[in-house]
Design a protein around this ligand. Structure first.
Ligand code: NAD
Length: 315
């Protein structure tokens, strides 16, 4: 069986490639190695498997590739390529988001409709819920994205639904809730927090710290993707959350315990586009995908801390 993983050199994509290769799949990875964060981190991400005999890397932009011929021999697509990040999605940067999140997805779906793929699993996001007043958020809760990033993730999810309804492209959307663990992007909170602790500099805290997030460990996200491959129903959407919902301010004592260091905080106003709460109802994924998050927050954070220390060559 052949899989295509878009965004293969990114945080989640690289973990997924590793797992698919371990499970015996052949994997084609596409990544444009965009400059949102350092190339050396992405090179490090793919290092463990880039020379695997069943892995092929295409270093190019989805918008520039002849996807029609590429998909001839592909059974499953995991579509993770995107311009990530809420805070940088304002202003003139927005076109980067529409290009990479909406146009690239439409191009992939167009090619998929003329291919024999068995499933296309799209990496959607809790950001599609935005200011949703219902907690926990179920798949049928109101979708009120609060950032330009969220708008583009929802647009791409809607495109997946359209191509399923009109052309029977077997799409499955997984709405990931804040993913963390080794390999986490350097713009994400825990990566920033651990790096600051390591450097004995203050942690930037935006807002009053009462905002909540449902944190999901990377291996649980990978599990959900692998389960969706045969259990995910075409045309359906599933919340994928870790069951680790916490107020941000309650995270700092945990970080102090793990690192053995004192946490210094520097307070800033809440950032535009940052939502107040995310909280996933994962009953649908439990029932249909047999999804069951395994990693408690403290365990997952300890693993990320180990990785951060090695990444910055301190260990
Ligand atoms: P990431 O930035 O580490 O990985 C995305 C990769 O896609 C990057 O390596 C980038 O170079 C590549 N890419 C971007 N546009 C491309 C294009 N047009 N063609 C080819 N490659 C392209 O991000 P991540 O955290 O691994 O996120 C992966 C996916 O999961 C994204 O779709 C993101 O929206 C979604 N997601 C992530 C989280 C999270 O907490 N990390 C939460 C919800 C959803």
């Amino acid at each position: 069986m052949n899989c295509l993983v878009t965004g293969a050199a990114g945080f989640i994509g690289s973990h997924l490639c590793k797992r698919l290769l371990k499970e015996g799949f052949s994997v084609i990875g596409i990544d444009s190695f965009n400059d949102y964060y350092s190339r050396w981190m992405k090179d490090k991400n793919i290092l463990p498997f880039q020379n695997h005999s069943q892995f092929q890397l295409i270093s190019d932009n989805l918008n520039d590739i002849d996807l029609g011929s590429l998909l001839q021999d592909v059974d499953y697509i995991f579509h993770l390529a995107a311009q990530a990040g809420v805070r940088s999605s304002w202003g003139k940067n927005f076109s980067v988001y529409t290009e990479n999140n909406i146009s690239a997805t439409q191009k992939l779906l167009e090619a998929a409709k003329d291919s024999g793929i068995k499933k296309l699993i799209y990496a959607s996001s809790s950001s599609v819920y935005g200011l949703c007043p219902e907690l926990p958020m179920t798949e049928s809760s109101p979708l009120l994205p609060y950032s330009p990033y969220g708008v583009t993730k929802l647009a791409a999810e809607n495109l997946c639904q359209l191509y399923f309804k009109n052309f029977y492209v077997p799409t499955v959307s997984l709405r990931f809730f804040t993913v963390y663990g080794p390999g986490q992007r350097p713009d994400m909170a825990f990566h920033i927090f651990f790096k600051a602790i390591e450097n004995n500099t203050p942690i930037p805290l935006y807002g009053d710290g009462k905002q909540t997030r449902d944190f999901t460990y990377i291996d649980d996200i990978v599990d959900a993707n692998v389960h969706a491959l045969d259990k995910g129903k075409a045309g359906e959407i599933y919340n994928i959350g870790g069951g680790n919902r916490k107020e941000m301010k309650t995270i700092f004592p945990i970080l102090e315990k793990i690192t053995g260091k004192e946490v210094l905080l520097q307070h800033f106003d809440r950032q535009r586009g940052d939502v107040f709460h995310t909280y996933a109802d994962i009953n649908k994924a439990k029932k249909v995908l047999d999804f069951s998050p395994q990693i408690p927050l403290e365990e997952g954070l300890s693993r990320e801390w180990e990785w951060i220390q090695k990444l910055y060559n301190r260990k």
